[in-house]
Design a protein around this ligand. Structure first.
Ligand SMILES: [Zn+2]
Length: 493
């Protein structure tokens, strides 16, 4: 059997005005994708690849491209990647199936729903009969076009996302089993009109713990193949923004619909439980709590400016508060500020100079703060060029571009000792497990930025209404939110 694989993923935040460029994605095509996969890793595409090989099928590689969450994807970048992807896709004839990993919440300047657009193209090339299965992020937004063009979707179940490769494996297994045994995959998705952040829906905490258990039970029911709760992505102002409950069955659209409606209802009954799963306060209060802790390091997630959800990562308001309060023995970072980074690299470690960095708010004309900095080190934070400076007893990391704070070891390569600080203020949403492991205590700081957790403070204009929590207490009837599917209700296949 011949199976097309590929992955193009991005989580796009429409409040961040800086569009993503082609350089942000560094796409690779064709056989380069196989060379990339041969190097290992735990990406969903890696899982897809592994399963297809296990089934003895031929893998037809197309594209691998991803970028750190950020603003909308520029039309130019998207069109270039789509063109490259379609050029690879059109090389293959006699394809038996397509298995992709897409994020599900990639939005393109002037287009919106990237996944719907891509799947439309894939369907046009592959024809009506070839099954298309896609793995998705847990924060995917299902659209009508996606449902009409693909046969099945499988979403991550964990947040933080640790089941990435396993989700790719599940998607590929769905596809390969259906091909091997000759049944059709029938999927139903039911929309959930809600905005919920990852920080309110960590999978190790209620209500996600019981909802995940429910999905595991569902997956064991006869003829149910897979179930997913896709929670959507709150920081994008598009008409189709919402979550969804999705069930894939073995050729039974009625069963898929019944189970998806049940799953949607079950989530909706727990709506009030979607609250912060970590203590969350305004920044000043979180600092006060951290200063009162007996042992360190206390990790404070500056979650209003989280690059992991598309924040600009340059808001220095929390640093200003830390400096005013003379917090000492703490770390703040990373601030993505190319100009400040470059300025620092013109100095020698140990030298002291005046530096203006970041912005005090999301306003385009917002000023930064000016400090007296001593350069500690020049190096990298993960793979991102970065420097560490010291300002009034606070170590500040400045990076050349946005970079997620995923591993305290990245700080060590800059000569910093993360475990020895009293407080780490990180540009992050929920803490990555590696930071969680060194933190004596974790806190969420509800800070300003493009990933502001106070949705009411954001300027939504296009989003469909009613939507929770912008609208409270409205009546939700899941039957009104059923997506049309490729195989109509009642059609036995
Ligand atoms: Zn996600």
């Amino acid at each position: 059997m011949r199976i097309v694989i590929g992955s193009l993923s991005h989580e796009s935040n429409s409040f961040n005005p800086k569009c993503m460029t082609l350089t942000d994605f560094s796409p690779i095509y064709g056989d380069d994708v196989l060379s990339f996969l041969a190097r290992g890793g735990r990406s969903p595409l890696q899982g897809i690849y592994r399963i297809i090989q296990e089934y003895g099928a031929e893998t037809l590689p197309t594209i691998y491209a991803r970028a750190t969450p950020g603003g909308l994807v520029s039309l130019e970048a998207y069109q270039a990647m789509k063109k490259g992807f379609l050029a690879e896709l059109s090389k293959f004839e006699g394809v038996d199936g397509v298995c992709l990993h897409l994020h599900g919440s990639m939005a393109v300047e002037g287009i919106g729903d990237a996944e719907g657009d891509l799947l439309t193209e894939v369907r046009a090339v592959a024809g009506e009969k070839v099954p298309i299965v896609t793995s998705l992020d847990m924060h995917a937004t299902i659209t009508g076009t996606m449902m009409e063009k693909a046969d099945a979707f499988v979403g991550f179940r964990t947040a933080p996302h640790i089941d990435t490769m396993e989700t790719g494996e599940r998607a590929a297994k769905l596809l390969m089993d259906s091909l091997k045994r000759g049944y059709r995959l029938t999927t139903c998705a039911v929309g959930l009109p809600l905005l919920v952040s990852g920080e309110m829906s960590e999978s190790a905490k209620p209500p996600m713990t019981s909802l995940i258990k429910r999905m595991e039970e569902l997956d064991r029911e006869p003829n149910v193949l897979s179930s997913s709760l896709l929670l959507g992505f709150p920081w994008v102002d598009v008409s189709y923004n919402q979550g969804s409950a999705l069930v894939v069955t073995k050729g039974d659209p009625d069963l898929a619909q019944k189970k998806a409606l049940g799953l949607a209802e079950e989530l909706w009954s727990k709506l009030d439980q979607f609250t912060f799963t970590t203590e969350a306060y305004p920044f000043e209060k979180s600092l006060e709590v951290a200063l009162g802790a007996r042992t360190g390091p206390v990790c404070i997630a500056d979650c209003g400016d989280n690059p992991g959800a598309g924040g600009s990562q340059n808001i220095v308001y929390p640093l200003q508060v830390m400096l005013q309060q003379k917090v000492g023995n703490s770390l703040f970072g990373a601030i993505a500020d190319q100009k400040a980074y470059e300025h620092c690299t013109t100095h020698k470690p140990g030298s002291t100079f005046t530096l203006t960095l970041g912005k005090l708010s999301t306003k385009s004309d917002a000023p930064g703060i000016t400090v007296t900095a001593t350069l500690k080190s020049v190096g990298k934070l993960g793979s991102m060029p970065a420097v560490a400076i010291r300002v009034d007893g606070i170590d500040v990391v400045i990076s050349n571009d946005r970079v997620m704070m995923l591993d305290p070891k990245d700080l060590e390569t800059l000569g910093l000792k993360p475990k020895e600080y009293r407080i780490l203020v990180l540009k992050s949403g929920y803490l990555d497990p590696k930071y969680e492991a060194i933190a004596s205590y974790g806190l969420l700081a509800l800070t300003p930025g493009f990933t502001n957790q106070d949705f009411a403070a954001l300027d939504y204009n296009k989003i469909g209404r009613p939507i929770h929590p912008l609208d409270q207490g409205f009546n939700y009837d899941p039957r009104e939110y059923i997506f049309p599917t490729r195989y109509e209700k009642g059609e036995r296949v």
